[in-house]
Design a protein around this ligand. Structure first.
Ligand code: PMP
Length: 307
């Protein structure tokens, strides 16, 4: 984040604190072993204030992920929701990214998580500006040599901080090789997802996307986009298995996720996907997505929390 990023305030354990004062001890357990949980939530300028996209689902996943570490988030949904809304309102930007984070604080005692009561737990909300990127030319991606972690190694449907090391290596490998991002296969060699987004395949006007059995993070944006696509009368197979080879024959590919929103993929491993330009169906679904999140339609109102 640049120094000019206008993050003024963060919320830590019930208090609003100036961002510059929000520092952490080097003894924080979460810093050493990645036993933390995180969320990423988009909010959009609706023209009448900001709207948080699927906030309730992000909160669900936040609490669900924390249970895995016996990490006790002592704030209930109403408290975190009120804090999030106040934090969004406290900043001038209306298009942003909100990051809930919870981890074990300073009480350094090796990687152990037993006697967890001795560890102070931190719960933090922070926000920064984030405008949508339309990616009109689409992006070039590669198949990563790093495999998506298996859910026999770590629960892949949770959003835990430590396992992101694997996703970061995949993205770094892609960037080093001149690609924008990576597609990760799972330990069986089937298609899993992007480094920080889910993958959607369009073939003959039908849509397919891997499900949790492929060891993906079953994204909140993907679930929403599947609903939108079905409402646009697409046939969608949401929990399918996809082989690597099928990707090169696809008509269109795109990423979906909180950060990615809808990001068209125009080549994979140096091979054009379809025509090698942003496809018709990707455009159509993307346009619909932005109509909805910018609230130029009043449909899908229950997807939004008004700040
Ligand atoms: N997979 C991974 C690995 C991710 O990091 C993300 C971003 N959270 C996604 C998928 C998309 O999930 P969501 O739509 O819930 O942000």
């Amino acid at each position: 984040m640049s120094e000019s990023t206008p993050i003024e305030t963060v919320w830590i354990d019930g208090e609003f604190v100036e961002a510059a004062e929000a520092t952490e001890s080097v003894l924080a357990h979460g810093l050493h072993y990645g036993a933390g949980v995180l969320e990423g939530v988009r909010y959009y300028d609706s023209g009448m204030g900001s709207v948080l996209f699927h906030w309730d689902d992000h909160l669900d996943r936040f609490y669900r992920s924390a249970r895995l570490f016996d990490l006790d988030i002592e704030y209930d949904r109403a408290e975190l929701t009120a804090a999030a809304i106040e934090l969004v309102r406290a900043h001038e930007f209306r298009d942003g990214y909100l990051r809930p984070l919870a981890y074990f604080g300073p009480s350094f005692d090796g990687p152990s998580l037993h006697e967890i009561e001795a560890f102070p737990t931190r719960v933090v909300l922070m926000t920064w500006p984030r405008a949508s990127r339309i990616h009109d030319d689409g992006i070039d991606v590669m198949t990563s040599s790093w495999r998506r972690l298996s859910s026999t190694q770590v629960p892949t449907t949770a959003k835990l901080t430590g396992p992101y090391a694997s996703n970061m290596l995949a993205r770094l490998e892609a960037r080093r090789n001149g690609y924008e991002d990576a597609i990760m296969l799972n330990s069986q060699g089937e298609v899993a997802e992007g480094s920080t987004a889910n993958l959607v395949v369009v073939d003959d006007g039908d849509i397919r996307t891997p499900g949790p059995a492929a060891d993906i993070l079953d994204g909140i944006t993907k679930t929403a986009v599947v609903e939108l696509a079905r409402d646009l009368e697409y046939h969608v197979e949401d929990r399918t298995r996809i082989s690597r080879g099928e990707l090169y024959d696809a008509d269109e590919l795109f990423f979906v996720g909180t950060g990615a929103e809808i990001t068209p993929i125009v080549s994979l491993d140096g091979m054009a996907i379809g025509s090698g330009t942003v496809g018709h169906h990707t455009r159509r679904i993307r346009e619909r997505f932005f109509e909805v999140v910018r609230r130029t339609t009043d449909e899908y109102d229950d997807w939004f929390t008004y700040a």
